[in-house]
Design a protein around this ligand. Structure first.
Ligand SMILES: *Cc1c(COP(=O)(O)O)cnc(C)c1O
Length: 433
């Protein structure tokens, strides 16, 4: 399989080159030139397959000739060593928990797969690779954890000062080693802009072997399909295909779900669950795609005013808005609504939501109200403890920190504070982290 740029002004490349380059030279996002389809038989078999076998089967066509079969199988086994359980919260409402990886958010799946791919690919290179990544909170931790100790790779993480949770900040800044954290005086979009500018800076790229670990990288984006296949594996046979609500910010995860649907996965509809950063819900309402500056909310990993992966969704649907609306609905919620449902769901179902999962459940409920209770699933994208301050403020009992987190919180932080100014950032890159 080859990958083309969504701007169509770059060469076709292999999975390996797309993963190393991150963004295409013309500034577009890489996109697979064919989408594999899986037949009924495959989906029947899924129920009896292990997570690793499923991951291997769905990723093989995308990685293609870039890895030997047994190499890919080993890599998948190392990368995906945690469960992705589906649980019933109440009648017709299920939760798919995506947060059982090391850093307690769904980004572990993409980050662990990508770091191992790049660690594998960099072995054939004669120079060190620098991975640049902007984070609104969870990406950074997952990328830091995924790449920690991987030889030949330095990681530079840009996070918005004061806009990530205490646990998230520790996950970025307490690693040390080959992981370097930059605290940017700005918001996530500023961080993302600095990274994008570095990629389009030919002078910098001549000197430094750069790649990106944001969800724009195919090696992070594509493995996220695994969630939706795991969902199908656990979905009770005797009822209709589910609608699936996905808390969305940069739209990488839900776009992976839509890709899986294109491959034949029986999902009735996807629902993009958004906070007040609502470019996509507004687009589906009025056909106008207007990016806005980021609004800070309690579901901060979704605070994205200009979602990068949306171009991939348009690519999947040939820019046909009506076709897209058949497969995708989108809703937006305020922080007040989010806190309310966290409280109610705990009181009524004894299920503790983090603010992101809470937005997911809100959107599922709204969809179900309009569509005679279609059975559905929402994704819980982070463990509630990751957003300790918010969750503790909302619920009326004392939250306990898991041991792994209290240990982490005692570690020292190391980060460099920097204005959101490209020339300062460029100097830093030139000197080398
Ligand atoms: C990153 C993240 C999201 C948003 O995912 P996208 O792929 O960027 O849409 C939602 N919830 C949590 C907890 C996240 O970390």
């Amino acid at each position: 399989m080859k990958y083309y740029s969504t701007n169509r002004k770059s060469e076709l490349v292999s999975f390996r080159d797309a993963a190393i380059e991150g963004l295409a030279p013309d500034g577009g996002l890489y996109f697979p030139d064919t989408i594999p389809t899986f037949d009924k038989h495959f989906f029947g078999e899924l129920k009896t397959k292990s997570l690793e076998e499923i991951a291997y089967r769905i990723l093989m066509p995308y990685v293609g000739e870039c890895m030997k079969e047994d190499e890919l199988f080993d890599l998948v086994e190392q990368a995906f060593d945690f469960p992705i359980p589906l649980k019933e919260v109440q009648k017709d409402q299920f939760v798919l928990e995506l947060f059982h990886g090391n850093t307690l958010a769904f980004k572990d799946v993409g980050a662990r797969f990508m770091s191992r791919c790049l660690g594998r690919f960099v072995k054939d290179q004669d120079r060190k690779m620098t991975v640049l990544v902007a984070t609104s909170g969870d990406t950074g931790g997952a990328v830091a954890d995924g790449f920690y100790g991987i030889e030949g790779v330095d990681v530079v993480i840009l996070f918005p000062s004061g806009k990530v949770s205490a646990v998230q900040e520790k996950q970025l800044t307490a690693m040390g080693g080959n992981i370097h954290a930059l605290e940017i005086e700005g918001d996530f979009d500023d961080c993302q802009r600095l990274v994008k500018q570095a990629f389009s800076d030919t002078e910098l790229r001549k000197k430094i072997f750069l790649t990106s670990a944001n969800s724009i990288n195919v090696a992070r984006w594509i493995p996220q399909q695994l969630f939706f296949f795991m969902l199908w594996k656990q979905w009770p046979n005797d009822i209709e295909p589910p609608v699936v609500s996905v808390p969305s910010g940069n739209f990488g995860n839900i776009c992976a779900g839509l890709l899986a649907k294109k491959s034949g996965l029986p999902i009735k509809k996807f629902i993009a669950a958004c906070n007040q950063n609502d470019v996509v819900p507004r687009f589906l309402e009025n056909g106008k795609y207007e990016t806005k500056s980021t609004i800070h909310t309690i579901s901060n990993a979704m605070d994205v005013g200009s979602p990068s992966n949306f171009v991939r969704i348009m690519e999947l649907y040939d820019k046909d808005l009506e076709a897209l609306k058949n497969d995708l609905a989108a809703y937006r919620y305020t922080d007040v609504q989010t806190e309310r449902i966290m409280l109610d769901t705990y009181a009524e179902c004894h299920y503790l939501l983090d603010p992101h999962g809470a937005v997911g459940l809100l959107a599922l409920q709204e969809f179900q109200e309009h569509h005679s209770k279609a059975p559905g699933i929402f994704a819980a994208t982070a463990h509630p403890i990751k957003f300790f301050d918010t969750v503790q403020r909302v619920v009326d009992f004392k939250l306990e920190l898991p041991v792994s987190i209290s240990k982490l919180m005692q570690k020292d932080s190391l980060s460099l504070r920097m204005p959101a100014d490209y020339s300062v950032f460029k100097d830093y890159c030139f000197q080398g982290p």
